[in-house]
Design a protein around this ligand. Sequence first.
Ligand code: SF4
Ligand code: SF4
Length: 471
Amino acid sequence: MAVQEPLVTKTDKTFRDSLSSVDDKGERVFFHPKKPKGRFYNARKILSYFLLALMFAGPHIRVNGHPFMLFNILEREFILFGVAFWPQDFKLLVLGFITLVVFIVLFTAVYGRLFCGWICPQTIFMEMLFRRIEYAIDGDYQAQKKLVAAPWNGEKIRKRALKFSLFFGISFLIANTFLAYLIGSDELFKMISEPLTNHIGSFIALVLFTGVFFFVFWWFREQACTIVCPYGRLQGVLLDKNSINVAYDWVRGEPRGKHGRNRDENLGDCIDCNQCVVVCPTGIDIRNGTQLECVNCTACIDACDEVMDKVGKPRGLIRYASENGIASKMRQVITPRIVAYSLLLTALLGLFSYLLTTRTTTETSILRARGQLTMVQADGSVKNLYMVKTINKSFDELQITYRLKTPAEGTLQLVGQNFLVPPQGYREGAFFVILTARQSNQKLVPIAIEVLHGDEVLETIKTTFNTSSSN
Ligand code: SF4
Ligand code: SF4
């Protein structure tokens, strides 16, 4: 089937050489997008408020008295969904990071910037908090433009003061939450209740975070997505013509032409009403094709659907679709590639979840004592001394014991009695392993040692037992 070229390849592409948020003189262009409304916007609102509640509550949720989430980089303390991670879990973190990168690449290749529009905190804060406050105080886009052009009269001063106070208050709240994720909510409350001089570092961080958030949501706005965000900048290499994005159906829409009684019936469905442009928070025209600035916020889908309803045409002139899907007039979104990639994504998530859930509570290393010769006893049995170190990754104190699992007839004698390992701490000790003469018939005998807390086997460590007294 001959595939029709997207509109953008036939028209002027100079818009791709510059950012819509910067004018010819290099100055900031502020957008005043029309207030969005429609089914996608409503769905995004519900998801956004759920995610916001989760995010603000996150650092204060406790599981058995411990934080549910903590990312204390300075003290290398990480808690994810109530599970503490240690620097010893570095392998798991690296694997998790690789899984995440592969996941992002595959996910974006298939589903485009779905994350940006629905989950990204920048979009949620900007569109669902700050922008909504702006609409409530300054009015919709036309009123906002009027207010910008108006002289500094009483009304403008009052509105600006109210808006910026609210912006500042929310930035302060976000900064507190962000800090609570880093240092823990206990530390944050201490900072609030104790003299500031005891927490000068945290206080400076709080002031800096507040300033950065205020600046981003007051002035920088969508430029965080187009200029700063590495994920946004990678879209050029992550997307291809089969990726699903918010896209204009140029096959159906072109040639565009104004709506009216004498409209040429050979025209496409786009009535060139510009509603998809005025609603766009990044100031682009989606009819030019997929662009770096598009954060897939779906506002143009809702705007165009409303227009289509009014002119009696089917919805979906702008919709989630791939370039190839539009070119070949396929409305189908689920393709074999999407199924294959989705299965792979599920497998990756499954693997990571498996590694997380099978992660041990302790991490034990057992080494034969250096310089200690193998001892052959009077009855022919052979004895070796081992040094042991057990790290307790849990929040509870553990009474650790060790047991020789194989060979079954051997014995293990702990040097000293008590092996109490403090929470998130470690203990070092030593034990002897004794094998009978019959079991010692080869130079290196494989042995397995169980690490127990009560009756619960936490780990099984495999090592070797040297039977040669000459070493
Ligand atoms: S809202 Fe729809 S009909 Fe109006 S200009 Fe955009 S694509 Fe065309
Ligand atoms: S083009 Fe549409 S989906 Fe993309 S940012 Fe603009 S309004 Fe949102």
